[in-house]
Write a protein that binds this ligand. Structure first.
Ligand SMILES: Cc1ncc(C[n+]2csc(CCOP(=O)(O)OP(=O)(O)O)c2C)c(N)n1
Ligand SMILES: [Mg+2]
Length: 582
């Protein structure tokens, strides 16, 4: 075949762009011949703007993580192109993260050619076309993709891309997966007209009047009302709405497993964070009315639960967690609603009805504020470095906070130090912290690249465990950061191993052999982790072992980042085990 002018591949790429994908994070292969021709043709004819910008990704996990980070920051769905079955498999845990994080992204993979004797343009031409033909390629992502479909003719390509994107963007948002054989991608077509205007996502849902009344009644009658949230702040506009509601009725807020800033840390009604620490949160136990506003894990009932008599209301875009096999919160009412809309409705109702007992509200506000202040005082005390000059995680986060300032965009993948980041970063600006939303480690490597592409004027900072840094394929992510001018600062909590599996084991076997120190998942002998980034992406690379050297190391690293060069600082914190690994 010679260079064709308009094919199904052109329609695919145009439709992605029409649906809002500014980028296609791509790892290419023999299924993408039509796509490469389409880009080459667009370049020659000056029409590249009608296609997503192609971002080459040496690893697919990083490609999807970058699309994830971009979509989180911009709210715009992105596209990912991968190679048949094996490229799909290399997406690995990034598809879990996108699904659990409810991130809109369209993944497209080719299929091996469906003809083998030259019957159609695009027919099999390489040995791998027999090897890469799999029985159920789409099945690999089932359970994680919201929608999957094979495109069987170029005539429906644009419709199906828009339909898939409409699904991806409608709440609860999530990844979608399309495939097409090479013959389909090579099919010549008359140019397909734009369709973007006809496939908007489903409009935000409001609370039914009777539900809004019931929740407002509960708040008016509450002695100790509490909001628990994990991801209300994915929509930064929802945060000031929540502040207004909480101010009106003096409602305290606990962030459970926060994936973003849901409520300003410096607001006196903020009552702290819940991660995995095996202890009862007294604030949760004392509450008599609890609004769970956007949370997959509002508490871990095995060790931390509300009072049995508490009246609980779940309001969420996904109130019964349709993709989770086992899930339950003992709520009076489950309501599906857009959180900014629902919270605005509740605040409007409380203000209009004027039934709140103002004396009780004032007294409660004073009590919550005192608790907030005591909590912050305790946290501030923990930031002092010990006399031996070692770097503690609390000190590390405090140094990062002071160095980067409140406008930075912080990616939290600190794992056994997740809670330390929450408590010491003191993030108060909506949209200034991100988590993956899932549990497959390595997200921050690619997500930092995507986040910086989406917000070129912001300083992007990843706080990451040493294990998670390696899971993120830093060779690939750091190369992309240089090639696409998306520099960021990575700070590694380098405890030279995986601490969390030991913590998990000790929680199950508190007096077991691991608790006694007989085994630890150590990375000794230690690796030069920043050196990986220097080799692959020309990053500024430093390892810091003493507390007093940290502030200046961070300042220097940030200078490099501001000049366009990525920087990776490994901060040596207490190792998972001393000396030789047991
Ligand atoms: C893809 C993936 N593989 C394995 C795990 C299991 N896992 C959970 S925490 C952890 C250790 C992470 O190490 P690090 O980032 O250094 O954090 P630390 O526990 O040392 O704080 C592992 C391997 C996981 N969550 N995801
Ligand atoms: Mg570690």
């Amino acid at each position: 075949m010679t260079g064709s002018t308009y094919t199904t591949s052109t329609a695919l790429l145009e439709a992605m762009r029409e649906a809002g994908a500014r980028h296609a994070f791509a790892n290419l292969g023999s299924d993408h011949t039509g796509i490469m021709e389409a880009y080459a043709h667009a370049k020659g004819s000056g029409t590249l703007d009608s296609l997503p910008e192609l971002i080459l990704c040496p690893h697919e996990f990083v490609a999807l993580s970058a699309a994830h980070g971009y979509a989180q920051v911009s709210g715009e769905p992105q596209a990912v192109l991968v190679h048949v079955d094996c490229g799909t498999q290399n997406l690995g845990g990034a598809i879990h993260n996108a699904s659990r994080g409810r991130v809109p992204v369209l993944i497209f993979a080719g299929l091996s050619p469906v003809t083998q004797q030259g019957e159609l343009p695009g027919t099999r031409s390489e040995h791998i076309h027999w090897l890469q033909d799999s029985a159920d390629q789409r099945g690999m992502l089932r359970g994680y993709a919201k929608y999957d479909q094979e495109i069987r003719t170029g005539r429906t390509m644009k419709q199906l891309v828009h339909r898939a994107m409409q699904m991806a963007r409608s709440e609860p948002a999530g990844p979608v997966y399309l495939t097409a054989a090479r013959e389909i991608l090579e099919e010549e077509l008359p140019p397909q007209p734009p369709q973007g205007d006809w496939w908007a996502p489903v409009a935000p849902a409001a609370l039914a009047d009777e539900v809004a009344d019931e929740v407002a009644d509960a708040l008016e009658g509450a002695r100790a009302p509490l909001v628990v949230t994990s991801y209300l702040g994915r929509d930064p506009a929802a945060v000031p709405e929540l502040v207004r509601l909480c101010d009106l009725a003096a409602v305290g807020v606990v962030e459970s497993v926060p994936m973003t800033v849901n409520f300003p840390d410096d607001h006196p009604l903020h009552l702290g964070y819940q991660w995995n620490r095996p202890e009862q949160n007294p604030v949760l136990a004392e509450a008599d009315v609890i609004l769970v506003l956007g949370s997959d894990v509002p508490w871990i009932p095995g060790h931390n639960r509300p009072d049995a008599a508490a009246r609980i209301y779940v309001i969420d875009v996904d109130p019964v967690k349709e993709r989770m096999p086992l899930w339950h919160v003992p709520a009076r009412r489950y309501a599906r609603a857009d959180l900014a809309t629902a919270v605005r409705q509740l605040a409007g109702r409380l203000a209009r009805r004027g039934r709140l007992d103002q004396v009780a509200v004032q007294a409660r506000a004073a009590w919550v504020h005192a608790r907030h202040d005591a909590q912050r005082e305790r946290w501030a005390g923990a930031e002092q470095p010990p006399p031996d000059g070692a770097i503690t995680p609390e000190y590390l986060v405090a140094c990062v906070r002071d160095a980067v300032g409140p406008d930075a965009l912080v990616l939290n993948e600190a794992i056994s130090n997740y809670h330390v980041v929450s408590e010491h970063l003191r993030a108060s600006r909506p949209g200034s912290v991100l988590g993956s939303g899932g549990g497959s480690l390595g997200w921050s490597g690619g997500a930092a690249v995507g986040a910086k592409l989406a917000a070129p004027d912001r300083t992007v900072v990843s706080l990451v465990g040493d294990g998670s840094y390696l899971f993120g394929v830093p060779s690939s992510a750091q190369w992309m950061a240089r090639r696409y001018r998306a520099p960021s600062l990575t700070v590694i909590f380098d405890n030279q191993g995986w601490k969390t599996p030991s913590l998990s084991t000790m929680a199950v076997h508190p007096a077991g052999n691991v608790a006694a120190g007989a085994f630890a998942a150590s990375f000794q002998p230690g690796a030069d982790l920043p050196g990986v980034a220097a080799a692959a992406g020309g990053a500024y690379a430093r390892t810091v072992t003493a507390a007093d050297l940290l502030p200046v190391a961070l300042r220097r690293a940030l200078d490099h980042v501001r000049r366009g060069q990525s920087a990776v600082i490994s901060a040596r914190v207490a190792p998972v085990c001393e000396g030789e690994p047991p």
